[in-house]
Design a protein around this ligand. Structure first.
Ligand code: TA6
Length: 305
């Protein structure tokens, strides 16, 4: 569908609840949503959230100044959807890191202006001939995004086939922070993690996670909620989750960021990924004919001084 058709079928203008499709960067359709609680920008490629600005707040989501937008390419920042595997594919290094959902064109299913002033949009995608070599299983994915004072995301995987399937996944959210060296991340105390920069060595977290160098960790077997305490921006970001048994925490730090080349000048100082996921030992098995839900909710609270 082109932009006009998308607007004809799905745009909303209900009181102060507005949703419109526009031509975005790289010619990719973007969705602009404004309601009395917040504003959001989403790219249809990857159903990729690029910004979430609750009223009277600054953006909660970090998007690199050097992010590029083109067909089939992942975007640095926002909320990439990693699916149906997390990280490198377990047996084929030619397959894209983090799966193909983040570079797929998703379809819009429904848009709704809700009675509480929130807006909901639902997307779907189904692996097709283009990715059948990577993922032959009969699967449908739905993604529900509810925008308000809180941002709620739900990724539902339906196994339509006759055999169980195994999936890895993550909502690879890049949160905007004031200064990474002044961040404390709570919720992972006493949790085992795999330390990627140290050859995936298994370690245990003691106290909050703090940042003074590259951090790239898969915290295992944890359904805990997390809180990013940001004393520079005077706010907490509260991350509540369900259907997720790992939490990935990532900041590349300067050297890795310089090599990656698309994080922008000193961009790593302003971002932190806290990813509600099912990764490594925590991949999920979905029985034939069943579905799995990964649900998260983000909320911002001002720090009391
Ligand atoms: O989630 C952390 C991680 O897997 C890191 O190891 C790092 O490479 C990052 O994701 C970014 O991956 P990408 O494929 O988007 O470059």
């Amino acid at each position: 569908m082109n932009i006009n058709q998308l607007n004809q079928e799905f745009s909303l203008e209900v009181n102060d609840n507005n949703l419109h499709f526009v031509e975005g960067k790289g010619g990719i359709p973007f969705i602009e949503i404004h309601n009395r609680h917040a504003s959001v920008l989403i790219s249809l490629q990857g159903a990729h959230i690029l910004s979430w600005i609750p009223k009277d707040e600054e953006d909660v989501i970090w998007l690199s100044k050097d992010a590029t937008f083109s067909s089939g390419k992942s975007v640095r920042g926002g909320v990439p959807i990693c699916w149906p595997w997390f990280g490198a594919h377990e047996s084929n290094s030619n397959f894209p890191a983090h799966g193909f959902a983040r570079t797929t064109n998703w379809e819009v299913l429904t848009t709704e202006a809700l009675a509480d002033g929130n807006t909901r949009i639902s997307f779907t995608t189904k692996p097709n001939a283009e990715n059948a070599d990577m993922w032959p299983d009969d699967t449908t994915v739905q993604y529900l995004v509810t925008i308000g004072k809180k941002l709620e995301l739900e990724l539902i995987t339906h196994n339509n086939g006759n055999q169980p399937i195994k999936i890895g996944q993550a909502l690879h959210t890049y949160f905007k922070v004031g200064d990474i060296t002044n961040i404390q991340l709570y919720g992972l105390d006493d949790t085992d993690y795999l330390d990627k920069p140290d050859n995936f060595k298994r370690k245990v977290q003691h106290g909050p996670v703090t940042f003074e160098e590259e951090v790239d960790r898969i915290y295992l077997d944890t359904a805990n909620d997390c809180v990013i305490e940001d004393k520079t921006l005077d706010r907490d970001i509260v991350i509540i989750k369900c259907g997720s048994h790992s939490t990935v925490v990532w900041n590349p730090w300067q050297e890795v960021a310089d090599k990656m080349g698309d994080l922008g000048h000193n961009g790593y100082t302003k971002m932190l990924c806290v990813e509600s996921s099912n990764a490594s030992e925590d991949v999920v098995t979905i029985p034939a004919g069943k579905a799995h839900q990964l649900w998260v909710q983000y909320e911002v609270n001002q720090l009391q001084r």
